[in-house]
Design a protein around this ligand. Structure first.
Ligand SMILES: Nc1nc2c(ncn2[C@@H]2O[C@H](COP(=O)(O)OP(=O)(O)OP(=O)(O)O)[C@@H](O)[C@H]2O)c(=O)[nH]1
Ligand SMILES: [Mg+2]
Ligand SMILES: [Zn+2]
Length: 305
């Protein structure tokens, strides 16, 4: 299923046709604590004619990129079902990058066993480099380069797009990030047909901007089995449900040091003889990443800054 609008769902068939579908009555209310059917779900659909279909069955999800919807109790809100990987997109400027939020995204992906990629868009706005100082983009994102693949991009100039396209090839990728970083622009660059075919239905133009209001999964033309999901901007991410006692395992750069602390139940926040904090002091773990870890470990799982 590639797109949802109210109680209608666009289902893409293996032969490339799309059916505008509803859900069979009996299916409703079977699933609890999660969306009944989410973009990315594999479904069984009956062709009822005239381009319409009926969803008979939703297959179990292999994986999901999701968040807890705080306003609806503890119901999981699926951003994309069955992704192979996640691309977290930020901008160098406009809006300012937000490393704490990026770290939350990365922890969420790690907790679901999803490979993560980082995209840094709007490189055309990167500040010039005075006498050998790192540029704004490098100063913010270089810490991630040893841990995750980082793509420096400009949708405006086309810089970096070929490398990124190669990393997406043959996979289902969820593109997530704050509003305004260029997620939809990136999708448009990969799929120029898109705006004409689907771009007008659920994109509100509230303040003269095309802010995305629902996930849409796109098949990238010319590449076999490549799907990329455009998602609505995310301002804050709660990590409720992540087991804090195992948070250190969700920071890949900490894994080599686990087990080396004096206390086996070390939280790496205040204990003496902590191998993680020693690695931070010696510059082997990024202090900024450690700050994110410590804040999450102290239970600041809901902050929105
Ligand atoms: N300078 C510059 N502007 C860009 C670039 N990519 C996108 N933009 C602009 O950034 C603004 C926001 O782009 P969108 O693609 O709508 O951002 P989005 O991430 O989809 O935002 P939401 O749908 O609200 O989550 C638009 O005005 C784009 O033209 C870029 O590489 N450089
Ligand atoms: Mg968008
Ligand atoms: Zn420790």
């Amino acid at each position: 299923m590639i797109r949802a609008y109210g109680k209608y769902f666009t289902v893409l068939l293996d032969d490339g046709r799309a059916l505008l579908s509803t859900i069979k009555g009996g299916l409703k209310r079977r699933r609890r604590g999660t969306d009944l059917v989410a973009v990315g779900d594999k479904v069984l659909v009956t062709d009822v004619g005239e381009g319409e279909g009926r969803i008979e069955h939703v297959f179990p999800r292999r994986s999901a990129l999701s968040r807890l919807a705080r306003h609806t109790g503890d119901v999981e809100q699926v951003i994309l079902a069955n992704p192979d990987q996640a691309l977290f997109l930020f901008a160098v400027r406009e809006p300012e990058p937000h490393p704490r939020l990026l770290d939350r995204f990365l922890v969420m992906a790690e907790s679901r066993g999803l490979p993560a990629l980082i995209g840094v868009n709007k490189m055309d706005l990167d500040a010039p480099v005075p006498n050998g100082q790192p540029s704004l983009a490098r100063a913010t994102f270089a810490d991630y380069e040893p841990i995750y693949p980082v793509y420096y991009l400009s949708v405006k100039t086309g810089a970096g797009l070929d490398e990124l396209r190669a990393a997406l090839s043959g996979k289902i990728t969820a593109v997530a990030g704050p509003s305004g970083v260029g997620k939809s622009s990136l999708l448009n660059a990969f799929d120029p047909e898109r705006e004409r075919t689907v771009g007008t239905i659920s994109e509100a133009t509230g303040k003269g901007r095309h802010t995305t209001v629902a996930t849409v999964l796109h098949r990238i033309p010319g590449e076999d089995g490549t799907f990329v999901a455009d998602t609505p901007g995310i301002r804050a991410l709660s990590l409720q449900g992540v087991d804090l006692s195992q948070l250190d395992e969700l920071f890949p750069e900490m894994r080599p040091y686990l087990g080396a602390c004096r206390y086996t139940d070390c939280t790496h926040v205040h204990e003496p003889g902590c191998a993680i904090r020693e690695a931070v002091t010696e510059g082997r773990i990024s202090p900024e990443r450690y700050v994110s870890y410590a804040r999450l470990r102290r239970g600041e799982t809901d902050d929105t800054d």
